[in-house]
Design a binder for this molecule. Structure first.
Ligand SMILES: [Zn+2]
Ligand SMILES: [Zn+2]
Length: 422
């Protein structure tokens, strides 16, 4: 399919150039100094109304206000949230939309396969955040070029640090993202999906990405001589029974209609060849699509671990830390995204799924979608080669062909939202 009518060739080429530059210079979460500086420099060059740096660490917020001053709201609420005596939002009653991209990379070495391979040893853009950042820059440039009356509202372009840590969105929110720069009504985020065709989009109302909880179980047994096991208690045997018992949470404790995953990913013990282990530590990761399922997994885990430990007369502790909440899409925001995608040239309704299956990966965007109604959208990254390799693979790459589609969706959503609410 062709997307040639969406953007000028100049802007298309710029997005590719920006993306390759970010790819060559990947930076880890909260260390995106070069990336953030380049983003801010470009936003300023587009003539945006405001550009704010250092939001939540290395975050950047660009504001395009195409509405002028906002009259007081009915009911005397004007100024209730802002010292300046007026609500900061698009003028003339226009809407205020936030669109978020992530900027961070991952701590491993890229398998060379492109001309713009990472020059930062041991760091690579293996999740496509170089593409996400470039798409949002492209949308900011395109919207800034349009006549002011065509937008008629206020758009926040949010460039978030540290998505992979699960800390960047929260840091920006704690720094006033949704109160300082506009009276944000809705927020959107997007991720590329390898193995999904370029020019296709998926989203859904309700849960779209899972929560992630990290757990650690410490077993304190007694160890002993390998030839005299009856004199001690083997922490490896106790821990192994716990690994088996934990499999029953998803298989036998959760409603089969609900999604959940419990994976034990680490098992360390202090035994020697002829010495039974006295201590063992199990670590792992649990996923769920609702807070209720997360709570049930934790409850079952504590019960099973306590039961196995008691059966062997040893002590065990469980730490369970939910670092990403589930990403819950607002139904109307998701429907608006699906409609906007279907209206794009070269896409059409046949390439948009508005009720896709939820994903069991986790997204830091969850914090933003919890703070404001919003939707997370999945976009095809291609079916072949490096574009179809799983995210977080050392030979994955974002697809330049997808830039224009993602960027166009942002432009269309901004226009639709501001028109709807003006
Ligand atoms: Zn990632
Ligand atoms: Zn990612």
């Amino acid at each position: 399919m062709s997307a040639r009518r969406l953007f000028t060739s100049h802007l298309r080429n710029n997005m590719v150039t920006w993306r390759h530059d970010f790819h060559r210079h990947p930076e880890l979460g909260f260390g995106e100094h070069r990336t953030a500086a380049r983003v801010a420099e470009l936003l300023e060059s587009f003539g945006l109304t405001e550009v704010h740096k250092g939001v939540g660490g290395t975050g950047v917020v660009g504001v395009l206000d195409r509405g002028g001053q906002t009259p007081p709201l009915p009911g005397g609420r004007a100024g209730s949230k802002h010292k300046a005596g007026r609500k900061v939002r698009g003028g003339g009653g226009g809407g205020c939309l936030a669109i978020r991209a992530d900027m961070d990379a991952l701590p491993f070495t890229e398998v060379p396969g492109c001309a713009y391979v990472s020059t930062n040893a041991g760091v690579m853009h293996a999740c496509g955040h170089d593409g996400h950042t470039s798409m949002l820059l492209g949308a900011a440039a395109a919207l800034a070029e349009m006549p002011a009356e065509r937008l008629g509202g206020r758009v926040l372009f949010v460039f978030q640090p540290a998505e992979e840590h699960g800390k960047g969105a929260k840091a920006m929110l704690d720094d006033g993202l949704f109160s300082k720069y506009g009276d944000v009504e809705r927020v959107y985020g997007m991720h590329n999906i390898p193995g999904l065709a370029v020019g296709t989009f998926e989203t859904r109302g309700g849960p779209i990405a899972a929560s992630e909880s990290l757990f650690e179980i410490r077993v304190e047994a007694r160890g002993g001589h390998a030839a005299m096991p009856h004199m001690g208690v083997d922490a490896i045997l106790v821990g192994s029974e716990m690994v088996s018992a934990l499999q029953s949470i998803v298989a036998r404790k959760l409603d089969p209609g609900l999604n959940g995953v419990v994976s034990v990913t680490g098992f360390e013990a202090d035994g020697q060849r002829n010495v039974l282990a006295g201590n063992a530590t199990l670590s792992g990761d649990a996923r769920a699509l609702t807070p209720q399922v997360t709570a049930e997994i934790e409850r079952c885990m504590r019960q099973l671990v306590g039961g196995v430990a008691a059966a062997h007369g040893v002590s065990a502790t469980v730490s369970f830390d939910t670092i990403f909440p589930a990403t819950i899409n607002d139904a109307q925001a998701a429907a608006a995204a699906a409609a906007a995608a279907a209206s794009l040239p070269g896409v059409g309704a046949q390439n948009v799924v508005g009720d896709c299956s939820p994903q069991l990966f986790s997204e830091d965007f969850a914090h933003m979608a919890t703070a404001k109604p919003g939707a997370f959208v999945l976009m095809g990254n291609g079916l072949q080669g490096r574009h179809a390799r799983p995210l977080h693979s050392a030979d994955y790459d974002f697809n330049d062909e997808a830039l224009e589609y993602g960027s166009s969706l942002w432009v269309q959503l901004a226009l639709d939202h501001c028109k709807r609410t003006s």
